[in-house]
Write a protein that binds this ligand. Structure first.
Ligand SMILES: Nc1ncnc2c1ncn2[C@@H]1O[C@H](COP(=O)(O)OP(=O)(O)OP(=O)(O)O)[C@@H](O)[C@H]1O
Length: 243
């Protein structure tokens, strides 16, 4: 990793009731980095993001954001400290307009709605095309951009994105990934991405963590993971032929 860590997870243990899913997962994220977490179905990728976002209380380990211990902080406090989260499903308010969806992004943090909306529209100019539309009537790709926009309203320093390409066409996936790259490049936001679409995600990523059975397996630069034939065969093979 280059630069100082903005988000650190150390030896996270978490799960659901008696069922432990994460058995000591650790990771670091620096400002402006895009880092992808990949791994087999059910290995705990979404559980990791939920734990970082504060939806699941860890049974062990520590999470720090900007040097602040947020291990037991509420989701609201995490949001205020600069942690944004876009879940995989139900990530827009379907009956509200795009403009109203973005307003909702500022519910827990102080700020001028108009100023923030203007700033978000500069980073995601495509929002202007469907600004007054009802969010639930938009395509999957457009809804994903709305979800990104809503998360950006709170001026996060870190964005956690759970499978932003889920259910999208290859074209829509490329567009969403382009927006993610822009958010990182132009705003210096650190992005932690969980993805099934490992190849495409790695193409826009700086680094990668591979999880298996709730544990860290391999990590390295995205390039080294993409170029490693053994890793490619085991972890990327299933996705390698998908455009
Ligand atoms: N709310 C829940 N209650 C109980 N078990 C759950 C819950 N959510 C997930 N699990 C279980 O936790 C394990 C890890 O799930 P998780 O969604 O974190 O995996 P994942 O790596 O994101 O998988 P996928 O790639 O399929 O989305 C799975 O066995 C899953 O069935």
């Amino acid at each position: 990793m280059s630069g100082t860590a903005i988000l650190t997870a150390d030896a996270l243990v978490a799960g659901y009731g008696e069922m432990q899913i994460l058995h000591g997962v650790s990771l670091e994220l620096a400002a402006g980095e895009i880092v992808t977490v990949i791994g087999p179905n059910g290995c705990g990728k979404s559980t990791l993001l939920k734990t970082l976002a504060g939806l699941l209380r860890p049974q062990g380990g520590r999470i720090e954001l900007n040097g602040l211990d947020i291990t037991n902080a509420t989701t609201r406090d995490r949001l205020r400290a600069g942690l944004g989260y876009v879940p995989q499903v139900r990530n827009v308010f379907g009956t509200m307009s795009v403009e109203e969806n973005l307003r909702m992004g500022l519910f827990a943090v102080p700020g001028s709605i108009k100023d923030r909306q203007n700033s978000v529209r500069e980073i995601l100019p495509t929002l202007a095309e469907y600004w007054t539309a009802t969010a639930g009537k938009l395509s999957g790709g457009q809804q994903q951009v709305v979800a990104l926009g809503r998360a950006l309203m709170a001026s996060p320093t870190v964005l956690l994105l759970d499978e932003p390409s889920a259910g999208l066409s290859p074209k829509a996936t490329s567009e969403v990934f382009h927006h993610i790259r822009e958010i990182s490049n132009r705003q210096g936001v650190a992005v932690l991405l969980v993805e099934q679409n490992a190849h495409k995600a790695l193409e826009i990523s700086d680094r990668c963590y591979i999880l298996a059975e709730g544990r860290n397996q391999i990590d390295g630069t995205a390039r080294s993971i993409l170029n490693n034939p053994v890793v490619g065969k085991i972890y990327l093979g299933a996705y390698g032929e998908v455009e």
